[in-house]
Design a protein around this ligand. Structure first.
Ligand SMILES: [Zn+2]
Length: 120
């Protein structure tokens, strides 16, 4: 069986089997990591996994777990962040709003729909 050598911050070099290593490969490459529970001190260890480490661990028999970051989590936002008062105002507004979908639709630019002539 393949032995994977890793380093624990407290114990130094340790030897692991592939099933003892968790490899998470993220769509944002710099967020990929591998982790393990140190067999000597039982502490959890997590370290970044660059593409070379990902390839090495996979070749050693470690199963990669995909981690997909939703695109909206990576969006850049301008303006001030929402604060607690904003959330309270919204909650109060929701309590009095009767047509929430209509109000949300009013915020979008309107598109003029045209029906094909055969549908008339
Ligand atoms: Zn350790």
């Amino acid at each position: 069986m393949t032995t994977i050598k890793a380093s624990c911050p407290g114990c130094g070099d340790v030897e692991l089997t592939p099933v003892q290593v968790q490899l998470v490969v993220c769509t944002v490459k710099s967020w990929s990591y591998y982790g393990f529970t140190c067999p000597q001190c039982q502490e959890g260890v997590r370290k970044p996994a660059g593409s070379d480490i990902v390839a090495l661990l996979i070749s050693g028999g470690v199963t990669a777990e995909p981690w997909t970051i939703p695109a909206e989590a990576l969006e850049q936002h301008d303006g001030p962040a929402l604060n607690y008062d904003d959330v309270l105002d919204f909650a109060l507004w929701l309590g009095s709003a009767e047509l929430v979908a209509a109000a949300a639709g009013a915020l979008r630019p309107r598109r003029v729909a045209t029906a094909p002539e055969s549908a008339l």
